[in-house]
Design a protein around this ligand. Structure first.
Ligand SMILES: *[C@@H]1O[C@H](CO)[C@@H](O)[C@H](O)[C@H]1NC(C)=O
Ligand SMILES: *[C@@H]1O[C@H](CO)[C@@H](O)[C@H](O)[C@H]1NC(C)=O
Length: 317
């Protein structure tokens, strides 16, 4: 077992929240880099795989859109917090996280990597999305779901800018990177980490009435999600968050990512199964479903790794 160490995983000193509002402030970039430097200095002789920040896409959603994680900021219709703005604050917080990441990576590459010889990357949560209906609108909703949830985080780290779809639909709500920040961000990962569990149907909100008012907003890319189509679930149930077992989602996700980010190392940094409450007795003790989950998801990953043809097939389709 080779450990990958995450420097910042959702935990925030209250003092920095009080002083300047934590990740909503650019000040947080410098304090994050200070903390990262300390970690490189103290542990870099042993830690060879660094992840700078865990799941900025999930953290900002729960901390600044839904308001269920500290600092519990949000606005209606996402939640009823005492302060916050769910439509823009997740974008601001993620913006500061991405720049903080790039600054820490520059520091690592300039001062630690040459003698410590490790690698550094960032992990985001990534579901796969399938079209909810068989028409162009649903396929566009898939693209927007990818852009607003996944490329949001990885495009800046690889290309130095947010995806075009986000710039189009968010307009001036989306923060901009300065010229220097673009240069700093571009190529600022030795690998991207993928936390992958499940697949959802992506619903187009702009041309249908199938969405909630929450999903039909620019911050959500005007895309909703569902776990069933025509009453048929996308896969067997897991015990949390409406996750479903969809092994082919792993394969399709990896094909898409290797197509968009060629020559980028990809690690699966999280994946796993959680049994629904009704499982009991032999099923639970023998872990049949979990074994099958890992078997099928690993097989799907292996298929994506082995076959360039899959990628071509995805393009043609
Ligand atoms: C939001 O919370 C406040 C304070 O608890 C309450 O007065 C108000 O009715 C709530 N609004 C909604 C829409 O739930
Ligand atoms: C979804 O939002 C768009 C843009 O704000 C609006 O034009 C449309 O009417 C909304 N759709 C529904 C079903 O509310």
């Amino acid at each position: 077992i080779e450990p990958f160490v995450t420097i910042h995983h959702f935990d925030m000193p209250q003092e920095l929240e009080n002083r300047y509002g934590g990740w909503l402030s650019p000040h947080m970039q410098e304090d994050y880099v200070y903390f990262a430097k300390l970690c490189f200095e103290k542990f870099g002789d042993r830690v060879k795989n660094w992840m700078t920040i865990n799941e900025p896409n999930v953290f900002t959603q729960f901390a600044y859109m839904r308001g269920t994680f500290p600092p519990r900021r949000c606005s209606l219709p996402f939640g009823n917090c005492s302060a916050g703005n769910s439509d823009v604050e997740p974008l601001i917080a993620a913006h500061n996280m991405l720049i903080a990441h790039a600054k820490a990576v520059k520091l690592y590459r300039d001062h630690f990597q040459p003698k410590q010889g490790g690698i550094v990357g960032l992990t985001a949560n990534a579901f796969h999305y399938e079209p909810y209906t068989n028409d162009d609108f649903s396929y566009q909703a898939v693209e927007r779901s990818y852009a607003f949830n996944i490329h949001w985080i990885f495009d800046p780290l690889i290309f130095g800018n947010y995806p075009a779809l986000m710039r189009k639909y968010l307009g001036k709500d989306l923060p901009k990177f300065s010229k220097e920040e673009v240069e700093l961000l571009k190529g600022s990962v030795d690998f991207i980490g993928i936390n992958h569990y499940s697949t959802f149907y992506a619903i187009d909100c702009l041309n249908s009435n199938d969405c909630t008012s929450e999903d039909n907003r620019s911050i959500k890319g005007f895309a909703g999600r569902a776990i069933a189509r025509n009453g048929i679930p996308i896969g067997d149930e897991m015990g949390v968050f409406g996750f479903r077992i969809v092994p082919y989602g792993m394969e399709k996700l990896l094909n898409r990512l290797s197509l968009r980010y060629p020559n980028t190392n990809i690690y699966i940094t999280e994946n796993g199964y959680c049994p629904p409450n009704y499982q009991e007795g032999t099923e639970l003790l023998q872990d049949f479903t979990r074994i099958k989950f890992h078997q099928t998801y690993l097989a799907a990953m292996s298929k994506a790794m082995r076959s360039e043809l899959n990628i071509l097939f995805d393009i043609i389709k």
